[in-house]
Design a protein around this ligand. Structure first.
Ligand code: GDP
Ligand code: MG
Length: 620
């Protein structure tokens, strides 16, 4: 297929506005997939979400990974190749979106005609706009009784200066208007700007691990072509490997995803497809690197900026003997999730483990769930924290913390206050879109979270406003989104981007279980919230920690002073006490069940903590 007949695009939208459903319809309309073939799998009549492959996606009903499908579409008798990349909508996965955009020339900006423009619609629009991509505005769910396409279209005009006559009105569910979407893709989005005559350059924009074939990469071929048996190497824009001999690979397989694999043996400039070349270890190929022939000297393609993690947490194997297995699993999953950073870490109570950086709390939960489901690991995660910057003084303190200017993302490693000259905390700039009836409660929430209004709420139509706030990241990572949703009955939406660091007055809260300090439970909070949080977290710990045969005293302290205290009563005797001599098999069964329950706990200070204690603790 000539370059002029290729279109690369993705679908971007706020969560639940119908991206995955539209992707399914596009596949169905072009014959790449038909619902009848899949009836047995997911139940007839249900929305299928063909591209949401991961177990976690099906369980949570959200897309967390961008997925690719190459579809053939006949337009006026000509055959076109459309490469569709379905993307996640949640703010935590925006790095997936920005990576997808790097291989596209256009986007379908999908907006639910009931809900209108939401916070992630705004964020996504600007991501595409700043990359100078063609935007096809599409209003979805027009089949619904309450849909108001005219109103939604006028919002698009008001906010993004979009000509309302270019807005398509469709229903991804019934298929109405989907033909127009296909035609518009061909008519409005330009073909990729590539050179088939030049030496091969292909961008590695995604990848995953498989047991037999090793690392599979998703490639966007920008120049030349790649064939099976080619000898290739990977170079990355910011690699420091100059002079080192690069590892060479022989291409073993190439093809496109339709969305099932279709081997083609060759990929030409403009195409998007998969490639495997027997890469066995996770360190060998990186997302964002350029694949090229080993004999050619090329300028690497400019990659997408590396993800900037927002929250950090320790991850430890429940059983220390599983440490190496955990490392291998992490390395593999990291290839499929470029938003995560990883370092070694050890903890007195939890042993050897890792400190991981995530883009948000949902991202962290999804990542842990994938680790367990796809790799069978058994881990405990510590309380998440943002990254603080601190300047310290005193020779001893500087030596201990390895410098004068340090980064603290683990409360257990926060220096003593007497050695701290300055503390800085990360801020974000948040966009909130809401019906104006909720302005009052939202302003109150933002104030409670130490937010500062950037500008007065701006009307985006007669009923809705857009609000902008600067907020400390540590006030929003845990539960801001949930709280905002519940106080606005689900109507307000929220998105944020990084802002500056600002001086702050921070304090460390420590916790003791039966008099033993558990450093892994320590958290950093704003000075003004120490008491309130100390009380809340003690109560929460009393709720989360299962009873033992002895009583447990939970205490919170700051600067060595106890500020809150709670008790967990002992439970009465063992589970078999009532079954005097009774049926032996029944007794064994009960004992086994009790043991199983214990194994799901991590013993800390002689007390069993459920593995999700640390994460649950911070949720309000
Ligand atoms: P995504 O988060 O943007 O990928 O959204 P999904 O494709 O998962 O859709 C979210 C929900 O909206 C699902 O329950 C879909 O069945 C529903 N939905 C999607 N498109 C339409 C539509 O055109 N009409 C109606 N009535 N429902 C739709
Ligand atoms: Mg989806």
């Amino acid at each position: 297929i000539p370059v002029s007949h290729i279109r690369n695009f993705c679908i971007i939208a706020h969560v639940d506005h119908g991206k995955s459903t539209l992707a399914d319809r596009l596949l169905e309309f072009t014959g790449a997939w038909s619902p009848s073939e899949h009836k047995g799998q997911q139940g007839a009549g249900k929305t299928q979400q063909v591209l949401d492959k991961l177990q976690v996606e099906q369980e949570r009903g959200i897309t967390v990974k961008a997925q690719t499908a190459s579809i053939r579409y006949t337009y006026d008798g000509d055959e076109f190749l459309l490469n569709l990349i379905d993307t996640p909508g949640h703010v935590d996965f925006s790095n997936e979106v920005s990576r997808s955009l790097a291989v596209c020339q256009g986007v379908i900006l999908l907006v639910d005609a009931n809900e209108g423009v939401q916070a992630q619609t705004v964020a996504n629009f600007y991501m595409a706009f700043t990359r100078e991509l063609v935007v096809i505005p599409v209003l979805n769910k027009c089949d619904l009784k309450n849909a108001d396409p005219e109103w939604a279209a006028s919002q698009l005009q008001q906010l993004f200066d979009i000509d309302t006559s270019t807005v398509l009105k469709i229903s991804a569910k019934t298929g109405m208007g989907v033909d127009d979407v296909l035609r518009s893709i061909v008519e409005r989005i330009p073909p990729p700007d590539v050179d088939r005559g030049a030496a091969l350059r292909a961008l590695v924009f995604d990848g995953w691990f498989e047991r037999y074939r090793g690392f599979l990469t998703m490639l966007y071929v920008v120049d030349g072509s790649i064939k099976v048996n080619d000898e290739i190497v990977f170079t990355s824009e910011n690699s420091d490997s100059d002079g080192k001999v690069k590892k060479k690979y022989i291409v073993k397989g190439l093809g496109v995803l339709q969305p099932h694999e279709e081997s083609t043996g060759v990929l030409e400039a403009g195409q998007v497809g998969y490639m495997f070349c027997n890469i066995r270890s996770a360190g060998e190929a990186q997302l964002g690197s350029t694949a090229h022939k080993s004999k050619d000297l090329i300028t690497p393609l400019s990659a997408f900026p590396p993800a900037q993690p927002m929250v950090y947490a320790g991850l430890y194997p429940i059983d220390q003997s599983q440490f190496q297995n955990l490392r291998i699993a992490l390395e593999k999953l990291l290839i499929n999730d470029s938003g995560v950073t990883m370092e070694m870490e050890t903890s007195a109570a939890l042993g050897a483990g890792f400190r991981l950086g995530f883009l948000g709390l949902l991202h962290m939960e999804v990542f842990s769930q994938r680790l367990a489901q796809e790799f069978g690991t058994d881990t405990i995660a510590t309380t998440p924290s943002v990254r603080y910057k601190m300047t310290i003084f005193g020779e001893k303190a500087i030596r201990k913390h390895g410098g004068e200017n340090i980064i603290v993302s683990n409360a257990a490693e926060m220096p003593d206050l007497i050695h701290i000259k300055e503390m800085l905390e990360p801020l974000v700039c948040a966009t909130i879109i809401t019906p104006d009836t909720y302005i009052g409660p939202i302003v109150k929430l933002c104030m409670e979270r130490r937010g500062k209004e950037v500008s007065a709420p701006a009307a985006i139509d007669s009923k809705r406003v857009m609000m902008k706030y600067i907020l400390p990241l540590n006030e929003i990572v845990m539960d801001f989104h949930d709280t905002l949703k519940s106080l606005s009955s689900g109507y307000a939406s929220f998105d944020y981007e990084e802002h500056d660091y600002a001086p702050s007055n921070l304090a460390k809260l420590d916790f003791m279980l039966n008099g033993i300090e558990v450093r892994e439970l320590s958290i950093i909070v704003h000075e003004s919230k120490v008491r309130e949080e100390g009380r809340r977290l003690v109560d929460k710990l009393c709720e989360l920690i299962p009873r033992e045969q002895f009583g447990i005293v939970v205490q919170a302290s700051t600067r060595g002073k106890i500020i809150a205290r709670g008790n967990i009563k002992p439970y009465r005797k063992d589970v078999t006490a009532k079954l005097y001599g009774g049926d032996i098999t029944r007794r064994n069964k009960l004992l086994a069940r009790q043991k199983e329950g214990k194994e799901r706990l991590k013993m800390v200070a002689n007390i069993g903590l459920p593995r999700d204690t640390f994460i649950k603790l911070l949720k309000k």
